[in-house]
Design a protein around this ligand. Structure first.
Ligand code: FDA
Ligand code: NAD
Length: 428
């Protein structure tokens, strides 16, 4: 049993949705494109899962079909009907269990062989499990991870069953910070536990982290830093009742949310394509070491021209733009420039909202009022501005820091930069 397509996108997440839109904008005829996803839904904007999706009933939580791609970039909303109307085959709820890049075939768990002329790998990533760090209990019914809609539904159900109760959030990264805020909004008492000295250690400086931690403390969140969990207490019904930490403390828990990082889904291609930075290595056209195979989104390690380095980014803007770039490169190989991407990360929690552009290497120069509403920082590496962070900015201010970061201006006097603060970006 088998079907053949010109283009196959493997994975049905953010990158797949944006790739589909780009294919239709470029006029690919009906019947040529197929998207295969093990999720039972058409591609959706994954960032909604830790924000609007977790709002309490009274606050109109986001639900499909409202957040199908590509609404996150103010583009068309691609519902299952849209794919049908455009002759795009959506193969949903179907896991691909093996791939043969020499034969150009994929084998699904339902036993179907799907062949392609061009493959775009958009398999994203999976959440790391506590078991990978030597702790068991992940399958307890009130331990929640958050990667897909099924996880989000589970978290919503557990939250609804324990209003007024206690949550332990394991991990101080994006999932930890955004879920902690959502739990508070759902009137659950939150303790965050993470091994680093401050939250968002991969991106924030201690000073920026302190700003957010103070805000969270003002909302009732407790922080336990510099330690990790060692075990769960689990009752006879299979529910976690407490979290035991390596420092000896014990935290009662009605819900546990775990956000301890991700691993790109590269398994199908190991031994067939070159890997780098635990992702699939691609060139500036998003093309892998096999020229019929492209990779985009969380799974792709691509050259970031601005830094002269290969990076794998785990953010939605990169997924959207890398997908579009791959499609443009596939359809017009002679015209496509190399992907020239300015890394962009953002988050929204409570009434706070920040954006970051570029790279957080070198020395950080902070600006703004760290006891007020607008704070920021620049990173200066080898005499050049390479990264910018801003909380509470206006559209124009965010555009200004993005532009400044792309220009990589020379900065000699750090004290003067600190004095100018946001003005530096606004007047460049
Ligand atoms: P994505 O994970 O979206 O899609 C991969 C798809 O492939 C999934 O549908 C998966 O099931 C499928 N798949 C994998 N293996 C398969 C197989 N063998 N067979 C079939 N299907 C397979 N970023 C940001 O910049 N700002 C934000 O606010 C957020 N917020 C956020 C919240 C939450 C809860 C998460 C989990 C993530 C974010 N992100 C984010 C990150 C962002 O969502 C992420 O970078 C993109 O979703 C990556 O898009 P991809 O298409 O690469 O993977
Ligand atoms: P992360 O990499 O942001 O954070 C992982 C955190 O895990 C670390 O900060 C650390 O505190 C913690 N940790 C590591 N090892 C641990 C251990 N043994 N025990 C306890 N804690 C440990 O990853 P995440 O928060 O899990 O997010 C998953 C993915 O989702 C990332 O790719 C992220 O980019 C994406 N995401 C992004 C956004 C956003 O961009 N706004 C929002 C949500 C999720």
């Amino acid at each position: 049993m088998g079907r053949a397509f010109v283009y196959v996108v493997l994975g049905g997440g953010v990158a797949a949705g944006y790739a589909a839109l780009e294919f239709t904008k470029k006029g690919v005829p009906p019947g040529e494109l197929c998207i295969i996803s093990d999720e039972p839904f058409a591609p959706y904007e994954r960032p909604a899962l830790s924000k609007g999706y977790l709002l309490p009933e009274g606050k109109a939580p986001a639900r499909l079909p409202a957040f199908h791609t590509c609404v996150g970039a103010n583009e068309e909303r691609l519902t299952p009907k849209w794919y049908k109307e455009h002759g795009i085959e959506l193969v949903l709820g179907t896991r691909v269990k093996s791939a043969d890049v020499k034969r150009k075939t994929l084998l699904t768990a339902t036993g179907e062989t799907i062949s392609y002329k061009i493959l775009i790998i958009a398999t994203g990533a999976r959440a790391l499990k506590l078991e990978e760090f030597g702790v068991s209990g992940s399958d307890a019914e009130n331990v929640c991870y958050l990667r897909d809609l099924a996880d989000a539904n589970r978290l919503v159900n557990v939250m609804q069953s324990c209003a007024g109760g206690n949550a332990v959030v394991i991990g101080g990264g994006y999932i930890g910070m955004e879920c902690a805020a959502s739990l508070v909004i759902n009137k659950i008492n939150v303790t965050m536990v993470f091994p680093e000295a401050h939250c968002m250690a991969r991106l924030f400086t201690p000073k920026i982290a302190t700003y957010y931690e103070n805000y969270y403390v003002s909302k009732g969140v407790k922080f336990i830093k510099g330690t990790v969990l060692s075990s769960f207490d689990i009752d006879s019904s299979g529910k976690v009742t407490a979290v035991n930490l390596r420092d000896g403390s014990r935290l009662p828990a009605d819900v546990v949310v775990v956000g301890i990082g991700i691993r790109p889904n590269t398994g199908l291609f190991e031994g067939q394509l070159t890997l780098e930075k635990v992702g699939i290595k691609v060139n500036g056209q998003m093309q892998t070491t096999n020229n019929s195979v492209y990779a985009v989104g969380d799974v792709a390690a691509f050259p970031v021209k601005l830094f002269g380095e290969t990076r794998r980014l785990e953010h939605v803007d990169s997924a959207r733009k890398s997908a579009r770039h791959a499609v443009a490169a596939i359809l017009s190989p002679d015209k496509a420039d190399d992907f020239d991407y300015l890394p962009f990360f953002y988050s929204r929690v409570f009434t706070l909202s920040w954006q970051f552009y570029g790279d957080n290497t070198g020395e950080a120069v902070h600006f703004g009022d760290y006891s007020g509403n607008t704070i920021g920082a620049y990173w200066i590496n080898k005499g050049q501005l390479v990264g910018s962070f801003l909380e509470g900015g206006t559209k124009e201010e965010y555009e200004a820091i993005a532009k400044a970061t792309r220009l990589k201006p020379a900065v000699e006097d750090l004290a003067e930069l600190e004095r100018q603060g946001l003005e530096f970006a606004l007047t460049i």
